[in-house]
Design a protein around this ligand. Structure first.
Ligand SMILES: Nc1ncnc2c1ncn2[C@@H]1O[C@H](COP(=O)(O)OP(=O)(O)O)[C@@H](O)[C@H]1O
Ligand SMILES: [Mg+2]
Length: 214
């Protein structure tokens, strides 16, 4: 099943950032986007995940052009179907890790999967306040929070940037298992080429052009 189809995407801020980008992703597939800092990777992710409207081009998610959706349909799509993971994690700081997970699960009518917490190594620490957790633990809570929603499409922008190599690999394995189990897809931005190459497809952003390298 086709999860994402982007056609002829172009975007300009102060100067043209990229043009004529086309991408497609099916269920159970993963795609990595690499490229130097400032090349437009995050901007492309914002466009693909419906958070930013491009100057040109269209984005279809789950077979529907997102610019044809009502505001309400778009909110539903983001709430139930999309999982957005950023390097800075936007957890609620006054809450415990677990309370953050509860809020996300409640909003998406899902329950928290304890085996996920165990596999992320946060099942015991997540009852502490977010501010008491290390950066890596906070990042893993934010990953658990997104996966607890059971999204059909994950957008992960440098999700393992704060993690040591072993933990980063464990998180990647959790993502790949998740895609199989939930029939979901993932688009990943990473600086780590070894991790990128584990995805089904790899694209490189360079001088405004996105080129397929795997
Ligand atoms: N909201 C914005 N307004 C103006 N310029 C922006 C905005 N977001 C990003 N940019 C510019 O676009 C360029 C690409 O940014 P970004 O997409 O974050 O790149 P990357 O994620 O590859 O590091 C940068 O030069 C950045 O300053
Ligand atoms: Mg970025």
């Amino acid at each position: 099943m086709n999860l994402l189809k982007a056609t002829s995407l172009s975007h300009t801020f102060d100067y043209p950032l990229f043009h004529n980008i086309a991408l497609e992703l099916d269920a159970q597939e993963s795609m990595a986007i690499i490229g130097v800092s400032g090349s437009g990777k995050s901007t492309l992710m914002h466009i693909l995940s419906s958070m930013l409207i491009p100057n040109e081009g269209s984005v279809e998610l789950f077979g529907r052009n997102i610019y044809d959706l009502s505001e309400k349909e778009l909110v539903q799509l983001r709430r139930y179907d999309l999982g957005l993971i950023y390097q800075s994690h936007y957890l609620f700081k006054g809450f415990s890790g677990y309370e953050n997970l509860e809020v996300a699960a409640l909003m998406a009518n899902q329950t928290i999967d304890n085996t996920l917490l165990v596999s992320l190594g946060i099942d015991t620490v997540c009852h502490q306040k977010v501010t008491e957790l290390s950066g890596g633990q906070q990042q893993r809570v934010s990953i658990a929070r997104v996966l607890s929603k059971k999204p059909r499409l994950i957008f992960a922008d440098e999700p393992t940037g704060n993690l040591d190599h072993t933990t980063a690999q464990e998180v990647m394995n959790i993502f790949f298992d998740y895609l199989k189990k939930q029939d979901a897809g993932m688009i990943l931005v990473t600086h780590d080429e070894a991790l990128a190459l584990q995805c089904d497809y790899v694209y490189q952003m360079h001088d405004g052009v996105l080129t397929k390298v795997k």
